[in-house]
Design a binder for this molecule. Sequence first.
Ligand code: PGA
Length: 240
Amino acid sequence: MKVIVCNNYDELSMEAAKIMAATIKEKPDGVLGLATGSTPIGMYDNLIEMYKNGELDFKDIKTFNLDEYYPLSADNDQSYHYFMNKQLFSGINVKEENIHILDGLSKDPEKECADFEKLIDEAGGIDIQVLGIGQNGHIGFNEPDDKLYANTHLTDLTENTIKANSRFFEKESDVPTKALTMGMGTILKAKKIIILANGKAKHKVVSELVQPMITTNNPATFLNAHADVTLICDKEAFEG
Ligand code: PGA
């Protein structure tokens, strides 16, 4: 795993945007795997800036998002549909039909997940996947457990994740207890992966991630089995 340690969040956001931009320039009809959460917001701001400057064009880019709460409607302001529109899609020229986010209201989640996998394959696979990391080591909503799922699936959120994400909701009981998420195999099939982490709260899981080992107790450590992963973190996440 390649590791880039940045002085602060702004630097991390620019490093991540530069890697994304290089992929988009190299393959203007490429496929991006995108993440939500607070960490990638600065990177998205930079990508919007690069689009506005004429440096980047998203007209043939396809996107697939890691996950979505379940059940939750796309127009709910806590949904990841809403987040992506606000933080990135409304600021760039990606085509609506090229955006793929799991349907948090799907009546048949199993089919929704299978169709999502198929769409990724039909698009030629993900060229670059962006990841955040949960304080418990989750990537997407692949939570620490004895077993992890390979494919996109419906999953229960852990107490830890519900607590961590409750900061975005009015109260903790409003946080959905389930989500649809890409599986570990879906993520690991991406050709290139960048994982972003900032702040002391991520130090424990980041220090496990940079050791050459794999454990289902920290799903992010599975990235050690991938040939092209870059961890971009700030000093606090790296050093504690
Ligand atoms: P955060 O979330 O970027 O808001 O810290 C990361 C995650 O839970 O994957």
